[in-house]
Write a protein that binds this ligand. Structure first.
Ligand code: FMN
Length: 205
């Protein structure tokens, strides 16, 4: 048990927002799939999995993408960039998506109606923000999975959604660009971590 505790903590410390990747070291497709599988298994509110993962390996495409991402060099030095798309329009109840997804989790029509009521209660506010929040959880799981197999990552919120959508031909009436996740191998030493102490952020009651 002690070994597991320490192993997981090492993994959390290994993960950092990598600023520069080794352009000569590609991430194998099987390893990318391992990382994506962690995203697939991530928890989501009511199990709606309101995400889609667009993996950009092509270097030319990433060169076009970079200006839309505040010209951040991770976009081109990484081996691949996972564009995490949040489902938006499809989540509206009239599309039937939520009903179909919830159907998997319940046994009866009555339970399904109850689940749909909960769904309306949860999402009647900002559907886009709700969906994007789920995507961030998937991103966190993917970063940890990457770290577990020695792959570095950088979560990237620094981009212009309209410009990213244009470069990648993403239909913004259906998807919100939630987050970009650059993946590759580090090309420089990891900087020290800066974090508040536990007693600054935690209160037990
Ligand atoms: C939602 C989100 C968006 C981020 N966007 C960027 C980004 O656009 N570019 C970047 O270099 N780092 C980005 N980061 C990384 C953070 O700056 C970094 O995680 C934080 O400074 C802590 O450092 P560490 O991850 O190396 O421990 C982002 C992190 C998160 C969670």
């Amino acid at each position: 048990m002690q070994e597991m505790r320490e192993g997981f903590m090492r993994l959390l410390r290994f993960r950092h927002a990598c600023k520069l990747f080794d352009e000569t070291r590609p991430v194998a497709r099987a390893d990318l799939d391992y990382v994506l599988e962690a995203g697939r298994l991530a928890p989501s509110s009511l199990g709606l999995e309101p995400w889609r993962f667009l993996v950009i390996e092509d270097h030319t495409l990433r060169r076009h993408l970079r200006p839309a991402c505040w010209n951040q060099s991770q976009i081109t030095s990484a081996s691949a960039v996972v564009v995490i798309l949040a489902l938006t329009a499809e989540l509206r109840s009239e599309t039937g998506y939520a009903r179909r997804m919830l159907r998997r989790l319940v046994a009866t029509d009555g339970e399904l109606d109850e689940a749909m009521q909960i769904y309306h209660g949860i999402t009647h506010g900002d559907l886009n923000a709700w969906s994007v929040a789920q995507c961030h959880i998937a991103a966190a799981e993917m970063m940890l999975a990457a770290a577990a197999i020695g792959i570095d990552s950088c979560p990237m919120g620094g981009f212009e959604p309209e410009a990213v959508a244009e470069v990648l031909a993403i239909d913004r009436s259906r998807f919100e660009v939630a987050l970009l996740l650059a993946l590759g191998y580090r090309n420089q030493p990891q900087p020290p971590k800066h974090r508040l102490a536990l007693d600054q952020i935690v209160e037990y009651r």
